[in-house]
Design a protein around this ligand. Sequence first.
Ligand SMILES: Nc1ncnc2c1ncn2[C@@H]1O[C@H](COP(=O)(O)OP(=O)(O)O)[C@@H](O)[C@H]1O
Ligand SMILES: [Mg+2]
Length: 295
Amino acid sequence: MNIAILSRNPALYSTQSLARAARIRHHYVRIIDYVNCDLIMEDGNLTISYHGQIIEDIDAIIPRIGASHTSFGSAVIRQFEQKGIFTTLSSQALLKARDKLTCSQILAAEGLQIPRTIVSNNTIMYRDLLDTFDDNIVIKLINGTHGIGVVLAESKGQAESILEAFNKTKQKSMMQEFIAESNGADIRIFVVDQEIVGTMKRQAKEGEFRSNLHRGGSSSVEPISEKEKEVALKAVKHLGLEIAGVDMLRSKRGPLILEVNASPGLEGIETTTKVDIAGRIINFVERNVKAGEYA
Ligand SMILES: Nc1ncnc2c1ncn2[C@@H]1O[C@H](COP(=O)(O)OP(=O)(O)O)[C@@H](O)[C@H]1O
Ligand SMILES: [Mg+2]
C-alpha cells in the first residue's frame, strides 16, 4: 500500500524507523512535511497540495506531529480524514492529548488517577490555591513538551512568582502536586492498537526531577503491574488514541498518569526494549487497510 508519514524531518529516528518497517513489508512510503501542505477546500471536495502537486493514492497516513505545529498538523490530518483515508492518529485525539489541561480533564473525569492539578487565570487567587498543596509544587506549561516548561517550586512564594511570570508572558500553565516518592523516575508505556508493546523506566539525571530523555534522563527496561497496564490502556482508550506513550508516576496511592503522548518518540523505547515498535505500527495499519484496497 501507499503510506504517507507526516513528518517535518525525514532524518529523525522515528520517521526512519517507520519508513524502514514499511518498506521491509513491501509498502511504498512517502514522507510529507505536513507544515508545507496546502489545504484546498471546495464544495464537496477537499484536497491536499504538496509543493504544487495534489496528493493522491494514499492508503494510510502515520502522523508524527511536532508540539509546535499541533493546530495545523491536526488540520492536515482532518483533511485526510475527510477523504476517508486511514490515519493512525485522529485529529481530535491529537488535540485532546496535546493539551495538558484537556487531557487531565478527560482522565480525571473517567476516574483515572492523576497528580492533583489546578488551572487558574486569576493572579489574585494563586496564593489561596497554592495553599491547598504541600510546599513543593510543580508548575507546568499546558502545551510544553520534552520537559521544557516543567518547573519544581520549593516554596509557595517561588511557585507564585513562576505562575505570575508565565501569566505575564501569556503562557497558559497549571499547578500540580509534586510526587516526591517517584524519585525522579517515571514509566513510559507504549501502546499500539490496545496492546502494550513496550515499557521502560526513565530516571532523571542527578539533581534533576524531570526524567525526560531529552533532559538527560536514562532509560531501562521495566516490567509493569497489572494495575498499571489496566490504567494505561484505559487512558489511551478514553483519549481516542491508537498509538500512544503513556507516562506514569509510581506514587504512594498507586499509579498516576502524567500525560499521554500522541506522537511518542520511537528511539528511546526501541533501543531500550529492542522491540520493533515501528513494525507493530505498520502491522496495525495493515490490519485496517484491508487487502484488496491496495495493490
Ligand atoms: N507532578 C509531578 N511530580 C513529580 N515529577 C513530575 C511531575 N510532573 C512532571 N514530573 C517529571 O517531569 C517530567 C516532565 O513532565 P511532563 O508533565 O511529562 O511534561 P512534558 O510534556 O514536558 O514531558 C516527567 O516525566 C516527570 O519525570
Ligand atoms: Mg512527558
